[in-house]
Ligand binder design. Structure first.
Ligand code: UDP
Length: 479
């Protein structure tokens, strides 16, 4: 699917004020899966006539040289509250909560200076990641209207809203989940959550559900508060994918909801990658037959055990399928170097049939005709990027919203299936073959092709996402 042409510069009444571009201020959460959609939104708004100013932390800071059209404002945080990105999800949650709090006073000063410089009238609004509640509190005090960007699915945000109910009704906490997950009965994991169909208990963000610190509950509650105090919720999803879930959110929220995704199809690939993308894999794919290769990547945060890496590697090797595998530095717990991570003999066993890179140009890889399947952790960006290219998925969710996304892939859209249970090389081999060369893999590919077409309609002229973008811009300029 080729991206639609960049939208024309907005009219005088729109993003241009008194003959000058109006400013939109952005504050992304500094993780790859949150930075990418925010920068796509920046590209879209810039093309519609806004001047873009990006506030950012030093942790995972963007490179201003790669975005000369934007202004960047670093926000100082006290020492000890930033980087490097932790490996355990509990620590990522703690880091997100700490980062927001640490930014507050530095952001207040920087925002006040920016408002004075631009003049208050020239600033349309600020758009912040929904996980940065302290930013919403500062902007409220300075009377700057603020929109929330949630980078996950509509279904996932409905789950955030439902979290207190899940505790009241006894779905959560799942007893024993944080101390001894293996002891939790299958029936308990598979219990349907009738209020959040098609989720089962295992698809909720449960792993910290009975954690003493309650940090996950706090994180979700704060994101809900941020959205409720905002002037609107922007979601990187689209009508054809989540119509029912979007209707539910519109019923449950009093703020408007703008489903303007898939953002990566609206805005050129501004380079917001934190790691260098190894483009040589595209040449490697050029030499492969159509739909023959498996692309394997678990995103920017998920970490696997050394044992799972070994099973994954030998499963890939044993499948006989050509593969492109992203082994990110630090992806395996307790190891920092790719060379140390792959089992001895793997390279020889797969020579000429596979390529391993540290980081790939994922959107281009998924768009490549040689890619026949995606073994993914089901981060929301990876999931939508795959859907939009008609690539079926082998799902291996690790944490957070990934289990729920995998549930939709398998059960609702039927464009993939989960590699269930403990990773084991025999099961991995069979799953890869089923996806790439199997009959039902072909059926999933056909359904993914239908979803790709539906996505194209949403982003085409008069499509739901295009209309939502127009509504968003009208809303931003009316605030
Ligand atoms: N990505 C990439 N190269 C890679 C792997 C991932 O550019 O080798 C990008 C991918 O296209 C996506 C983002 O990193 O936009 C990962 O976001 P996602 O929500 O899928 O997962 P997260 O990293 O947040 O777990």
């Amino acid at each position: 699917m080729t991206p639609p042409p960049a939208p024309a510069m907005a009219a005088e009444s729109d993003a241009v004020h008194g003959g000058r571009r109006r400013h939109v201020l952005l504050f992304p959460l500094p993780y790859q899966g949150h930075i990418n959609p925010m920068f796509r939104l920046a590209g879209l708004l810039h093309a519609r006539g806004f001047s873009v100013t990006v506030f950012h932390t030093h942790f995972n800071a963007p490179d201003p040289a790669r975005h000369p059209q934007y202004r960047f404002v670093p926000v100082p945080v006290p020492d000890g509250t930033s980087g490097p990105a932790p490996a355990a999800i509990e620590d990522v949650i703690a880091q997100i909560l700490a980062l927001g709090a640490a930014c507050e006073s530095g952001f207040r000063d920087r925002l006040a200076a920016v408002l004075e410089e631009y003049s208050r009238d020239a600033v349309a609004c600020l758009i912040a990641d929904a996980h940065l509640l302290p930013i919403f509190e500062v902007t409220a005090k300075l009377a700057v209207p603020t929109l929330a960007l949630r980078t996950g699915s509509a279904a996932c945000f409905a789950c955030f809203l439902a979290y207190p109910m899940l505790f009241e009704k006894g779905y959560l906490p799942v007893k024993g989940m944080s101390s001894d997950p293996a002891s939790v009965r299958q029936s308990q994991r598979d219990m349907p959550v009738s209020e959040l169909t098609p989720y089962r208990v295992r698809d909720l963000m449960v792993f910290l559900g009975d954690d003493d610190r309650g940090s996950l509950r706090e994180l979700l509650a704060r994101a809900v508060t941020a959205v409720k105090v905002s002037s609107g919720l922007i979601l990187n999803t689209f009508d054809a994918l989540e119509r029912r879930e979007l209707e539910g959110l519109r019923r449950d929220l009093t703020v408007p909801v703008f489903d303007i995704g898939p953002l990566h199809k609206f805005s050129p690939a501004g380079d917001s990658s934190l790691l260098r993308q190894d483009r040589s894999c595209l040449d490697w794919l050029d030499a492969r037959p159509p739909a023959s290769a498996l692309y394997v990547s678990f995103g920017s945060l998920a970490c696997m055990s050394p044992r799972d890496l070994v099973e994954t590697a030998w499963g890939i090797a044993g499948s006989g399928v050509p593969f492109l595998w992203v082994v990110r530095p630090g992806m395996v717990r307790g190891s920092a170097h790719q060379e140390q991570e792959l089992p001895e003999g793997f390279e020889a066993a797969t020579r000429g049939r596979g390529m391993v890179v540290a980081w790939a140009p994922q959107e281009e890889v998924l768009r490549h005709r040689a890619v026949g399947g995606f073994w993914t952790h089901n981060g929301w960006n990876s999931t939508t990027e795959s859907v939009c290219e008609g690539v079926p998925m082998l799902c291996c969710p690790y944490f957070g919203d990934q289990m729920g996304n995998a549930r939709y892939v398998e059960h609702v859209w039927r464009v993939g299936f989960e590699v269930g249970g403990e990773l084991e090389r025999g099961a991995v081999e069979a799953a890869i073959r089923r996806l790439i060369t199997g009959k039902d893999g072909a059926e999933m590919r056909a359904r993914a092709g239908e979803l790709k077409k539906a996505a194209e309609e949403c982003i085409g002229k008069g499509g739901s996402s295009c209309l939502a973008i127009d509504k968003l811009i009208a809303h931003m300029t009316s605030l």
